[in-house]
Design a protein around this ligand. Structure first.
Ligand code: PLP
Length: 461
């Protein structure tokens, strides 16, 4: 019995449960041959009736109610998100070992509070909202002029000319990485270099875009370069990289910029960790000649200034970036003015304080503490002779698992034997298997103890 509709619901009159039959993916359904799954839920939760004439349905000869077709691309997402599985495993461990202290170096969340200059600006902005004369209602959708100017000046100090109206204030890089996909046709394939921050892949799967994966490894120091035959229109570059900590130099980035301009592709450059660079490496793709005609830069104050819970980022879209006579900057203005009502005045005031002299000195002091964590971990690993990458220009250390262990097996050993929680490399793409990520955002005393435990365990392996 073949039917051409990819989703249908068979409602059984009077039953306690409504059965759904869903094929695994959109396809002409043949119930005799295709795999399918049955989901039931209580009839009491079935909600409003949906009218079948506007939606696909299948007549089984009994009463049928058709339903809206969800975005079936979600069925292609991997079952469990990396950090969810880590949380499940650590919760299970703590249930079996109540009261045990865990050394958490898994999730890349900051542990130090906001800088005093930011806190003062936030307080003062709250007071502004208390008085009629200084009160702010809706903010401009693309960002308050004071913050757009401040960020443009931050680029200017580094010798990069960016206009304030090329800067878009956002609620963080994650939001932007997904939302920006609105600018591109779904038929444009995206290239993701792996190991990669998982949101790149998932946002593109949700959008139904074809994803090409460019694996990297120790042979290219996790910094892949353009190759013949890469057939992608959108390219994600993350430098310094999460999870590997690798950062591109000028020559390498120039090769990507040249490649993108020649092909008419667009680079989505994730600079969330630029503030951690300590060697002479580019902090922005716009340091590279030609980048303004082929790149968008996505930045975040999350790691730079401890805004993971406060939420603020910015995106730079040069006016010179044009495809098919469409200005991506103008398109993004249209997008933001339609889909957002801007970031709160208070948070933008707090964000602007990050770029003051005082704010910069204070956030640098915090970054130095995370960098010291990285040095502690790196010197412990140096004593074991194990191979690792990152740590110098990024808050992540990426190590090869010892003895050819799988990354989840190594995770289990660290959790069970030394109570250290890290992140299995497999969660960042298939080529991450056999590697392991440590975040250096933890508490310094915890990091010292964890480094010691790690060194001692690795010496026995
Ligand atoms: N990009 C990368 C590479 C990240 O690692 C993260 C967070 O871990 C983000 C973006 C998200 O940043 P935000 O907190 O601004 O959403």
């Amino acid at each position: 019995m073949g039917v051409s509709y990819h989703l249908f619901r068979k409602a059984v009159k009077g039953a306690d449960c409504i059965p759904f039959v869903l094929p695994f993916r959109p396809c002409p359904l043949n119930l005799d041959k295709e795999p399918f799954r049955m989901i039931t839920y209580p009839a009491a939760r079935q909600g409003s009736p949906v009218y079948q004439d506007s939606l696909p349905f299948f007549d089984f000869g009994e009463e049928m109610i058709s339903v809206l077709t969800p975005n079936m691309n979600y069925a292609d997402l991997k079952d469990s998100y990396l950090f969810f599985r880590i949380a499940q495993k650590t919760r299970a461990y703590l249930e079996q070992h109540p009261g045990t202290h865990l050394y958490r170096m898994g999730i890349g969340d900051v542990s130090l509070p906001l800088a005093p200059a930011v806190i003062a600006a936030l307080h003062s902005a709250v007071d502004d909202q208390a008085a009629r004369d200084s009160f702010h209602g809706y903010m401009p959708e693309c960002g308050a002029p004071f913050l757009r100017e401040t960020i443009a000046a931050y680029y200017g100090k580094r010798g990069i000319s960016v206009e304030p109206d090329e800067v878009f204030v956002s609620s963080g890089a994650s939001d932007e990485l997904g939302d920006l996909l609105d600018l591109f046709d779904r038929s444009s394939p995206a290239l993701v270099m792996e190991p990669a921050y998982p949101a790149y892949v998932d946002a593109n799967i949700m959008a139904g875009r074809k994803i090409l994966r460019l694996p990297s490894g120790p042979e290219n120091c996790f910094l892949p370069l353009p190759e013949d035959g890469i057939d992608a229109d959108l390219i994600y570059l993350c430098s310094p990289n999460n999870p590997t900590g690798a950062a591109y130099n000028r020559d390498q980035l120039s090769r990507w910029v040249r490649w993108a301009n020649e092909r008419g592709a667009v680079i989505l450059f994730d600079a969330a960790y630029e503030a951690f660079i300590e060697e002479d490496l580019p902090h922005s793709i716009f340091e590279i000649p030609g980048a303004k005609t082929c790149a968008v830069e996505i930045c975040s104050l999350s790691k730079t200034a401890g805004f993971t819970g406060t939420r603020l980022g910015y995106t730079v879209i040069p006016k010179a970036l044009v495809r098919d006579e469409m200005s991506l900057n103008a398109m993004w203005v249209r997008n933001r003015t339609t889909k957002t009502n801007g970031v709160s005045y208070i948070i933008q005031k707090g964000g602007a304080a990050v770029f003051t002299e005082e704010g910069q000195a204070q956030i640098r002091a915090n970054i130095r503490i995370y960098k010291e964590n990285a040095r502690v971990l790196m010197s412990a690993l140096d004593e074991t002779g194990i191979r690792y990458w990152g740590g110098r220009n990024a808050p992540y250390i990426w190590m090869a698992c010892p003895d050819g262990l799988g990354s989840w097996d190594f995770f289990d050993r660290l959790l069970n034997e030394i109570q250290v929680v890290g992140t299995p490399g497999e969660g960042f793409g298939a080529c991450g298997e056999g590697f392991f990520r440590f975040s250096t955002f933890g508490d310094p005393a915890d990091t010292r103890e964890a480094a010691d435990r790690l060194k001692n365990l690795l010496k026995t392996m």
